[in-house]
Write a protein that binds this ligand. Structure first.
Ligand code: B12
Length: 211
């Protein structure tokens, strides 16, 4: 059934995509499997956009569908994670110049469901706003999200601003998002790169001594 979901999202059949999601969840499919199907579908959408077959409206509709599907998946993930205890604090945001937030929202949700207190700063977040949030919220972990190539420089600038504020030694910084990889981690001066939300949860747990 997950191929049917991938096709429905990729072909912009919104009602079908939502119906298939409901059916998958009702029949006990792994909620993470539903999110995996969404990721595959988004890769197809991205490819069609690159090839000139899709344009901004399709990207927007795809983003909207994914938002609705994540809302359906969330309660199931929460049930799976069980009653969380407070393991630590994490500040999360999409870096300056970038407004993609679907991946970040999944990361925020998964951290929350796994026992972290999360402060989500939203999208297009300037470095100074991360600095202020670290001072105020005192997180052990900072998560930077970005889907554009230009986000790499914004990530680097954010890490540097945290360093300049004298706060770098007190936090672990993890980056993630579509085009991000370990080379970008090195470039930005972050401590880790998380390929998906669960990788982010694993690093955060390790850093607070919960794993
Ligand atoms: C949906 C979408 C949009 C939507 C975003 C809606 C929203 N609310 O987020 C809209 C239409 C707004 C949009 C706009 C644009 N987009 Co766009 N978009 C996409 C698309 C199709 C999907 C991205 C997505 O949400 N994927 C779904 C999530 C779930 O993906 P995921 O990677 O699996 O997420 C996981 C990991 O990344 C990880 N993760 C994410 N963040 C973090 C953070 C941490 C700390 C950790 C640990 C992990 C982590 O965990 C997530 C969950 O498991 C991609 C194509 C693609 N294939 O990615 C293009 C894409 C990212 N967009 C692109 C572009 C060019 C744009 C625009 C510039 C277009 C334009 N001409 O205006 C604008 C940018 C505006 C801006 N300033 O940001 C390009 C970027 C190219 C580049 N190299 O920079 C892409 C790759 C499309 C393409 N192939 O050209 N976009």
């Amino acid at each position: 059934m997950s191929q049917a979901l991938i096709d429905a999202i990729a072909d912009m059949r919104e009602q079908d995509a939502l119906k298939i999601t409901d059916e998958m969840l009702a029949s006990g499919a792994d909620p993470l499997g539903v999110l995996d199907a969404c990721r595959e579908a988004m890769a197809v959408v991205g490819r069609r956009y690159e090839e000139g077959n899709y344009f901004l409206p399709e990207l927007l509709l795809a983003g909207e569908m994914l938002g609705q599907i994540s809302d359906k998946v969330k309660p199931h993930l929460q049930a799976q994670a069980g009653a969380p205890k407070m393991l630590g604090r994490v500040v999360v945001g999409t870096v300056k110049g970038d407004i993609h937030d679907i991946g970040k929202n999944i990361v925020t949700f998964m951290l929350d469901a796994n026992g972290f207190e999360v402060r989500d700063l939203g999208v297009d977040v300037p470095p100074q706003k991360f600095v202020e949030a670290i001072r105020d919220f005192e997180p052990q972990v900072v998560g930077l999200s970005g889907f554009l190539t230009l986000a790499f420089d914004a990530m680097k600038d954010t890490v540097e601003a945290i360093k300049a504020a004298g706060l770098r030694d007190g936090v672990k910084i993890i980056i993630g998002g579509g085009q991000v990889n370990d080379k970008v981690q090195e470039y930005a001066g972050a401590d880790a790169y998380g390929k998906d939300a669960m990788a982010g949860v694993s690093f955060a747990k390790r850093w607070v001594g919960a794993q």
